[in-house]
Design a protein around this ligand. Structure first.
Ligand SMILES: [Zn+2]
Length: 325
């Protein structure tokens, strides 16, 4: 085989030609920014393990979300930290709950300026800190589905556009879809945490959301990171149950799965770049060992290159500010 005069460097010669040839372009429009709101909080709290991330009191939510929208980020994902926890996670579906009030305020004040997504889970709301209801010493699947359904409906009632179940209960997409449809919310979409792994990269989030399990761990419902075939079955099952967007979580250590889901299914894919991924970047940047903005753009571009259509990330504002110039 003879090689003609191939010189790949010809196309890397000037900045404008390089720009023209970019195959993957990261945009603020690819990003979903998580927002944390805590009940009974008077003023913003800094999160030690996640520098520059703040937990908001309800009164600050609208202005914060407005500033996210001004960065051309199209969506937020709302997480709530309630004042009271109980064994049934009651405050998660309370019409006056912290997430419901936050969604309602955002919708009322910002209209359709930004898409509102919300987490649907129990771990912030149960005294066990588990993502489902506890029966004996197990996490009971089917009774948990009933509560997840109620949470999704309560969020739809105040104007959420996308609910995002993260409990990893079997049948959660089907249960929520049926619940939403029966309540007249056929147009509310479901972005399921389809392949949510039991990852060691969630610990900064748990500091923030006070949702560490009070006994045992989450191995009986979250995916082991050793099992890519099982992850594909989770995605396949969610698609069969009618999910609108699948999610792979975490993102950076799971690029192979994002690529595999991309090549196997015709469905929008989100990737969740989790708290530990954020903290790794911030900690190394603080030491001066890496360039925070450059590494942020590289990581998020890699997640997109692997096949993600959208990325839920704590790095959203850093990336958007840089990309907007
Ligand atoms: Zn959970």
């Amino acid at each position: 085989m003879s090689f003609p005069n191939v010189r790949l460097r010809r196309l890397r010669k000037s900045e404008k030609i390089r720009e023209l040839l970019e195959e993957v372009r990261l945009s603020p429009k690819d990003l979903i920014c998580p927002v944390f709101v805590q009940e009974d909080l008077k003023s913003r709290i800094q999160v030690d393990s996640m520098p520059d991330i703040e937990i908001l009191p309800l009164k600050d939510v609208v202005s914060e979300v407005n500033s996210i929208a001004d960065l051309k980020i199209p969506a937020i994902m709302v997480f709530g930290i309630p004042a009271k926890k109980d064994d049934k996670g009651t405050s998660a579906f309370d019409q006056n709950g912290i997430v419901q009030r936050a969604i309602s305020e955002i919708r009322k004040n910002l209209g359709n300026k930004i898409a509102i997504m919300a987490d649907v889970c129990l771990c912030q709301y149960t005294d066990s800190g588990h993502c489902g209801l506890v029966k004996g010493n197990t996490i009971d699947n089917d009774s948990s589905l009933e509560v997840l359904k109620k949470i999704a409906i309560s969020q739809a009632q105040v104007g959420v556009e996308v609910v995002s179940p993260s409990a990893m209960m079997d049948g959660q997409v089907k249960a929520i879809r049926e619940g939403l449809d029966d309540s007249g919310f056929t147009d509310v979409a479901i972005m399921s945490h389809s392949a949510k792994h039991r990852s060691n990269l969630y610990s900064p989030f748990r500091d923030m959301a006070h949702c560490a399990p009070q006994f045992g761990d989450r191995r009986s419902y979250q995916l082991p990171y050793t099992n890519p075939t099982e992850a594909m079955r989770e995605v396949e099952t969610d698609i069969a149950e009618g999910v609108d967007i699948v999610m792979i979580k975490p993102a950076l250590a799971y690029l192979d799965l994002i690529a595999k889901v991309r090549s196997s299914f015709n469905i929008p894919i989100s990737a969740y770049s989790v708290s530990g991924e954020y903290s790794l970047v911030k900690a190394a940047a603080k030491q001066g060992w890496i360039n925070e903005t450059e590494v942020t753009l590289e990581i998020l571009t890699a997640i997109k290159r692997a096949g993600a259509d959208m990325i839920v990330t704590y790095l959203s504002k850093i990336a958007a500010k840089t990309l907007n110039g």
